[in-house]
Write a protein that binds this ligand. Structure first.
Ligand code: DGY
Length: 317
């Protein structure tokens, strides 16, 4: 009985497997390299459980490569890289890592929101480029996140009110913001509990000063934000995406940012990762990060141990 781990995971997860007496093989030890598709298929054929990362496509071909496959443990909360319908049909259980990355991802959402509102990367580049010669009243002005000097409360619109959406809303209280949200009918109770106003999606876009995406990627959320939605948003709005890249039509976003249809964007995820839409990186009003929402040592250790625990459970039936 053994586990095939596609790419190197934190030591805490490997320790968990060793402590349980579970043998494992790691496909790609270089933390910065992808594993070849053939090596994934070969690993699945020779082991009983697959422990995958979000960078691997776990489709029907992978799931059927080994008729004895006892489970897939994905070290991520998002499962859009796994063909869940095929797994269900084949009776293969799939695990993910919910809960443990909620706070880290909510924190990073706020880091992006503040950085985009206050133009932190531009200011950093300005300093690093040796351009700071004198303080000026209009130097690198951004926008208030809280009521600030105008006394006007800002509205944060949260799209998808699951664990991370709730945690982002909690943090907004400290900034004295109005919070509105839209999500599945199941999330209505959470909105009531958090004193968040439920809105239809279009109205949320029209009313929000900041729009933050926290929905999973599914066929119905692909390109949820496109040309029409960007036009619906305030010209002063800032869009934050720490969910999944394809939720946003990235080419449409580039045009909207370029044309001033919205003020700015903060992105941790991209439509065709690790690539970015042409022109995105040249824009001054965008903050871009390499999918590091859950990237704290504590969180990644917990994700790795949870993924290892799931793999052990699958081996035990
Ligand atoms: C996830 O878990 O789905 C994140 O995107 C990476 O932590």
């Amino acid at each position: 009985m053994s586990v095939f781990i596609t790419r190197k995971i934190p030591e805490a997860g490997l320790e968990r497997l060793r402590a349980a007496g579970v043998a494992f093989e790691i496909g790609e030890m270089d933390g910065e390299k992808a594993i070849a598709r053939d090596d994934v298929l070969d690993g699945v054929r020779r082991h009983d459980v697959l422990l995958s990362l979000l960078t691997e496509r776990v489709d029907r071909e992978v799931l059927t490569a080994n008729p004895q496959l006892r489970g897939v443990s994905n070290m991520a909360v998002g499962l859009d890289n796994v063909d869940l319908a095929a797994a269900e049909e084949l009776g293969i259980p799939v695990g993910n890592t919910p809960g443990v990355l909620t706070d880290a991802t909510a924190d990073l959402t706020w880091a992006l929101l503040l950085a985009a509102a206050r133009r932190v990367p531009e200011a950093h580049d300005y300093m690093a480029g040796g351009r700071y010669s004198i303080w000026g009243p209009e130097l690198l002005c951004g926008v208030d996140v809280g009521p600030g000097a105008s006394g006007c409360r800002k509205t944060l619109g949260i799209v998808g009110f699951g664990r991370i959406g709730v945690a982002v809303a909690q943090r907004a209280r400290g900034f004295d913001m109005d919070v509105v949200a839209c999500g599945s009918p199941r999330s209505r109770d959470a909105m009531t509990a958090a004193s968040v106003e439920p809105l239809e999606f279009d109205e949320l876009l029209e009313r929000s000063d900041f729009v933050s995406l926290h929905c999973p990627l599914t066929p119905s959320t692909r390109h949820l934000i496109g040309v029409e939605q960007l036009l619906r948003m305030k010209r002063s709005a800032i869009l934050i995406n720490t969910a999944r890249g394809p939720v946003v039509d990235e080419r449409a976003l580039v045009e909207a940012l370029r044309g001033g249809e919205i003020r700015a964007a903060g992105l941790d995820v991209f439509e065709d990762e690790p690539l970015m839409a042409p022109g995105l990186v040249e824009l001054p009003n965008v903050v871009i990060l390499p999918h590091i929402g859950s990237a704290t040592h504590e969180t990644r250790d917990r994700m790795a141990t949870m993924a290892a625990d799931n793999a052990i459970e699958f081996l035990r039936g």
